[in-house]
Design a protein around this ligand. Structure first.
Ligand SMILES: [Zn+2]
Length: 111
């Protein structure tokens, strides 16, 4: 069964398996991975995993991102950004940059 990340009536993203690009750990469940870095963008929910074994932060390559209502999605993001003063991630590219940044910080490349 696929893993599902869902915002009711707004967006859904499915993942069949997670494979760490760094240590190769593979699972069809959340298992050793955490997903608290997942971001909601104007293009849908972009899942970000953190590997519990090696610490790598990455976007599973095989995620299927679906949007039910682009309008509701946009409203939700803008409302959230206003209310909680959080950064807006427009699309999957923004989230990739964010994940790369977190990995660089983790490796001590950015001080
Ligand atoms: Zn790993």
């Amino acid at each position: 069964m696929a893993l599902r990340f869902k915002l009711k009536r707004i967006a859904e993203t499915y993942i069949d398996y997670i494979e760490c690009p760094s240590c190769g750990h593979y699972s069809e469940e959340i298992d050793k991975f955490t997903t608290e870095l997942t971001r909601v963008t104007f293009e849908g929910i972009v899942v970000v995993c953190r590997c519990g074994i090696c610490g790598e932060i990455f976007l599973p390559r095989n995620q299927r991102i679906g949007v039910i209502s682009f309008k509701n999605l946009r409203d939700l993001i803008l409302r959230d950004a206003r209310k909680r003063a959080v950064a807006i991630y427009r699309n999957i590219e923004d989230v990739k940059i964010y994940a790369n940044y977190l990995n660089a910080v983790r490796r001590g490349e950015i001080h």
